[in-house]
Design a protein around this ligand. Structure first.
Ligand code: HEC
Length: 109
């Protein structure tokens, strides 16, 4: 009986926790994904990765593709860009937010 009550209490807490996360849930702090996963390659442009905040690196891509297409290709992986940039726990929202953090401000829509 006691155990059953405990389990019910736990699932109630879990349900509340899940509700408060809501849509676009993330377990990452702002900037954390870029720092922990993307910067390793995108900071210095390893293997031609477009560098963080470098207008010229991103502009040429944005001239050929929309931001949505660029995000989708990064998510799926493209040539030397690994799928999800190795952030396997990233949701699509986390990944899209990380891409936008790497873009120079003047190129953001
Ligand atoms: C192992 C190195 C590596 C890591 C880690 C990495 N990238 Fe990349 N990324 C690349 C390379 C290399 C390219 C260039 C691919 C090409 O176009 O040839 C790239 C390209 C991209 C592009 C452009 C896609 C396109 O087709 O225009 C996006 C967006 C991107 N990365 C996002 C991210 C994000 C977000 C993370 C972190 C979650 C990340 N990357 C982590 C190497 C990496």
């Amino acid at each position: 009986m006691v155990l059953k009550g405990y389990a019910a209490q736990c699932s109630k807490i879990l349900a509340v926790a899940m509700l408060s996360l809501g849509a676009g849930a993330t377990e990452f702090a702002p900037g954390e994904v870029v720092e922990r996963f993307c910067a390793a390659c995108h900071e210095r442009g390893i293997a031609n990765a477009p560098r963080i905040d470098q207008v010229s690196d991103w502009q040429s891509r944005l001239e050929m593709s929309s931001l949505e297409e660029i995000i989708a290709r990064g998510w799926a992986g493209n040539r030397r860009m690994p799928p999800k940039g190795y952030c396997t726990r990233c949701t699509e929202e986390d990944f899209a937010a990380a891409v936008q953090e790497m873009l120079p401000e003047q190129l953001l829509p």
